[in-house]
Design a protein around this ligand. Sequence first.
Ligand SMILES: [Zn+2]
Length: 323
Amino acid sequence: MITQLSRRSFLAAAALAAGAAAWPRRTLAAAPLATAQGPAAYRYRLGDFQLTALYDGTWFLPIDGKFVTNASGAEVNEALAAAFLPPDIMPISITALLVNTGSKLVLIDCGSAGQIADTAGFLNANLAAAGHTPDDIDIILISHLHPDHINGLRTKDGGKVFPNAQILVPEPEWTFWMDDGNQSRATGSVLGYFRNARRIFADIAKDVQRFKPGAEIVPGIVAVPAYGHTPGHTAFSVQSGTQSMLVMSDTVRNPELFARHPDWQPIFDMDGALAVTTRRRMLDRAAADRMLVGAYHFPFPACGHMIKTATGYELVPSMWRPL
Ligand SMILES: [Zn+2]
C-alpha cells in the first residue's frame, strides 16, 4: 500500500528526474575550485584624469586590548562585530592609487612588496592587469614613511622596483625619520620604522625630492598636511576640471572603526590627539562638501563618500561600474 507520504516522495523524485533530464548540465561533474582571486584594479574618472585603484592585499593584524589607547578591547571587538568582522584581528586592506594626468603616471604610495604579510604584495600583479609595468611610472608620491606605504619601492632582495620614477616625499616627514637624534630616542615598532625607512632609501636618498605642505606637486595634485598619524603625514587633493577628490592616506584607516569612532586613538598614531583633530577636520570637510574620497586602508576599491552620523561618520563605498 502506498501511503500519502511516500506517494508525495515518489512524485517529488519523479519531478526531480524530469528536471534532471531537462537540465542535464546541472548534474555534470563539478569544476575545480579556484585558488586565487581575479585581478583587483578598478578604473574611474575624475575630470580629464583617469584613476586606477590598485589593490596590494590585506594584512590581518592580531590586536589586543591595548590597540586603541582610549577604548577597551571589548569596545573594539564590539565595533568589529558590528562590521561583521571576527574579534581580535584588524584587517588592514592596502590599495594604492594610480593617477593618469594625461601627461604623467603618478602613483600615490606603493604597497608592501610582500614584506609585511604573505597576504599582501600583489600591487605589481594588479598594475600589470591594468596594462602597465613598473617602468611606466613617472612619479611616486609618498604620504608618509611607514613600511606599508614605502616598501613597494624595493623587492625583497633590495632591487629597485620603479626604475624611472621620481620619488617625492613630504619635507617634514623626511626630516623627522632621517634625523639621527630622533632615531636614537625611538623604541619598539617606531625604531623598526626608522630602520626600515633607512633601508628603503639607503642609496636613493640623494635622488628623493621633498615637497612642502600645501604645494602643488604636479599639476592637479596638491599636498594637504594631515599631521598626527606621523609628524609629516600628508593627504592629497586631486583636481581635474570641475571635479576633485580628497586622498586621505592614513587619516582614517578602517572606516568601521575610526570613521564610526573618530576619537579613538590607535597605537599607530604617533600623536593620537593631533590625529583625532586632523581626522575630524578632514571627515567634516568631506561630508559637508560631499567630496569623493580615497583612503589607503579603505576596503577595495578604496573610494567613496563620507556621511556624518549622530556619533561619527560612515563610508558609502563607490559602486563598481564600467568606465
Ligand atoms: Zn598605512
